[in-house]
Design a binder for this molecule. Sequence first.
Ligand SMILES: Cc1ncc(COP(=O)(O)O)c(C=O)c1O
Length: 424
Amino acid sequence: MSKLALHGGDPVRSRQSAWPAWPQYDEDTERELIAALRSRRWGLSWPSDGTQARERRLAAAFAQYNGVPYCVSVDHGSSALLVALEALDIGPGDEVIVPVMTWVAPVSTVLRVGALPVVVDVDPETGCITPEAIKAALSEKTKAVVVVHLAATVADLDGITRVVEEAGISLIEDCAQAHGAKWRGRSVGTFGALGAFSFQNGKVLTGGEGGAVITSDERLYHRVQQLRADSRRYPDAEVVAGGHELEEVGEVMGGNYCMSELSAGVLLDQLPRLDGQHEHREKVAAVLETGLAALGDFGPIPVPEQVDRRSIYEYGVRFRPGTFGDVPAQRVADAVSAELHMAWWPPDLPLHRSVMLHPHTKRRFAPVWTEEGRRRALGRTYEGAERYRDTTLVFHHQALLGGVEEAQDMVRALEKVRALSRHL
Ligand SMILES: Cc1ncc(COP(=O)(O)O)c(C=O)c1O
């Protein structure tokens, strides 16, 4: 244990020891994809062969997976958020409360509908938005809250639904990082008016790109369908061969955010694998967590007791401040990555410090991104987010699709980097 791999020492895990690959596929996936290809129906706006579009079958399967009556697929998770906001008729003059610790999409989509994102701090232990932060940010203009279930945990849905109900505003759950997580036996994404998902390449359920919106509200379902398909939706009548499956309705003006049939084919193959992968990751995570507990100083991102099942998108290792002296988390992550030949990193920068959130670079956002708007959006302190980021290291969920040995290597790498942190 004399020298860090970062400085040319022997790594904990050799370059030859491969990590599990992501995404996972086999001959069944290839068959689905080739069938979609040969059908020549690669998009929704093309005559049907008399069978339901793959997209429609996927939507039905994903609705069932989450225990809701309705699902509409889209081309990206960002589009899912956009049409969810539009379905709730959120627009100019409105405010939407969003967390500072997330990918930029929950904030950029609020700007795209012409509303003002009010960006609030998060819990330093979980990185998730809290009921208290939501309550403190409410105003007469607040129309909705976007909750993000971050990384490998679930936001406090009991507290949040209470605040939202008391305030008489809507809840959108961003579940891009939480497919299949359950709170008190119920799938996340079903607690708000709408749940939004991403099926981008790294997500636990992926078709390369893609997304979905789920809801239990029939009116919102009809709106979401039209908002994602240029004001068209599926008719009540059966599909006929040679006919178009989408009917022009025009109750609400939409855009085109339709999922490709090729992506839907891949997703139809991937969805039945999801629960098995959840189980596999949990088994390996249990070994990792036993190792972390034995090391002291380390632990997983806490999961509220109401969570019956978490969904591990990015596994987060939390460490006690001072564990690595005053070495920045990024440097620690680099050292661990070098020991394992696998990427670890501190969570993405909170949005108030991120170049991804620069609305002043687009003229379209000028009406909301005034000096006053900017102050209202970002004029808070974000100590919770900074603490979370300074004391968390994350890695992609694919590493938990291996075995016990991989988990033990991770523990050994942390132990070694901690022991030699004065050399970092
Ligand atoms: C929390 C969250 N919301 C939304 C998105 C956007 O999804 P997409 O990349 O599919 O547009 C992501 C993607 O990483 C995300 O992590």
